[in-house]
Design a protein around this ligand. Structure first.
Ligand SMILES: [Zn+2]
Ligand SMILES: [Zn+2]
Length: 379
């Protein structure tokens, strides 16, 4: 098989479907929907995949706005998946460019399927519709409910300022600490009370004392959710919430979470109150990109002449539920740049995602995704 010829054909097919893909991306951009409410985006992507011959199942497990699209060649081979995201942010819409993630995943599926048919490439190609990335639950739930079982490799593109073949992301978890004390009149008989508010204050100081011991690139941020009802009542109930992150999910769980929990328990003991500790949402794992996929993505960026830079720690790091997928199977996330030096989750980034910069990135992403899938399926 002549890989160069097949990759040139990927470019030609992607260019031929350019307007069709751009229309889907623009429709999702103009109809931003929050996580688990992405009915229009789901329909647009599923319709595109159905039109191009995929077997599409709308909804997966407990997620109504997920989907799984499949093309079975009928011949032996690996199962390769492209991942889609298509949820938006409140008020600023597609400021994370998920219109481009959804459409590039589905578009790459359409393009690679045609190459598989023409060159009789064995295996199964899947396009995974993963909702609710911004609230970090889509892929975690799909993994738990078995959607990724049988998939050998998975790949996703995220838009960014610059193109990068690799990714770094924090493991991340939110914890809520609720203290329960004993109310009393603050002037008449403060000795009768036990202050949940004091426990919150002590906990904040304890966390600040302990954070110096954490490894580099650990992140610990807390806010007071409830500090009490009135200044003349010893607070019976008070609570705070912490966002905890580290570059390694095991370190986050084994060291940081345990230390912060201990700060809460110590504060409760000190204030003579009770504490209830809750995890809010799933623990999102760090991204551990498969090296083979990263190498292939880099080579394919070079093939289409996409300028790219290395992913480094000083570029700013967030968290993504793609991390959990990369822990469960060989998988990777890479970036295609929109330029302009603008970060995600801003109104300016939304403008780029819906504009000509987004269209350019969409075309490049479809090609790099499809070529990388081809590399893996023909290896
Ligand atoms: Zn985002
Ligand atoms: Zn995003």
């Amino acid at each position: 098989m002549d890989m160069t010829q097949m990759k040139n054909e990927i470019v030609a097919i992607a260019d031929a479907y350019k307007e069709e893909f751009e229309a889907v991306s623009s429709y999702i951009f103009e109809n931003p929907e929050l996580g688990c409410k992405e009915v229009k985006a789901q329909d647009a992507l599923c319709s595109l995949l159905e039109k191009h011959g995929f077997d599409v199942k709308r909804g997966y497990g407990s997620l109504d706005t997920a989907f799984v699209a499949e093309y079975k060649s009928g011949k032996p081979g690996m199962t390769f998946a492209f991942m889609c995201e298509y949820d938006a942010l409140p008020e600023i819409g597609h400021a994370c460019g998920h219109n481009l993630i959804g459409t590039s995943g589905a578009g790459a599926g359409v393009v690679l399927k045609e190459i598989m048919e023409k060159y009789e490439i064995g295996g199964t190609l899947k396009v995974m519709g993963c909702p609710a990335e911004e609230i970090l639950i889509g892929k975690v739930t799909m993994l738990e409910e078995g959607a990724f079982e049988g998939i050998d490799m998975a790949l996703v593109m995220h838009p960014s300022d610059e193109s990068m073949a690799d990714d770094i992301a924090f493991a991340c978890v939110n914890k809520v600490y609720t203290f329960k004390g004993k109310p009393a009149h603050t002037a008449a008989c403060p000795w009768m009370g036990a202050s949940a508010g004091s426990a919150v204050q002590i906990m904040m100081h304890a966390v600040d004392a302990m954070r110096v011991h954490f490894k580099d690139y650990s992140r610990v941020h807390g806010i007071v959710l409830d500090g009490g009802m009135a200044v003349n009542i010893i607070p019976e109930r008070a609570s705070c919430k912490f966002n905890l992150r580290a570059l390694d999910a095991d370190y986050l769980n084994d060291e940081i979470v345990k230390t912060i929990d201990r700060c809460a328990q110590g504060a409760a003991l000190c204030a003579g109150v009770e504490v209830e500790i809750e995890q809010e949402g799933p623990l999102v794992k760090d991204v551990r990109n498969n090296r083979k996929l990263v190498a292939a993505v880099e080579k394919n960026m070079d093939f289409i002449g996409e300028h790219h830079i290395p992913r480094t720690l000083d570029q700013g790091i967030g968290s993504t539920d793609v991390g959990n997928v990369t822990h469960a199977l060989p998988a990777a996330q890479f970036y295609i740049g929109l330029g302009g030096g603008i970060g995600t989750h801003t109104a300016q980034f939304a403008t780029l995602s819906g504009g000509p910069e987004g269209k350019r990135a969409l075309g490049a992403a479809v090609k790099v995704l499809a070529m990388t899938g081809l590399d893996m399926m023909t290896e």
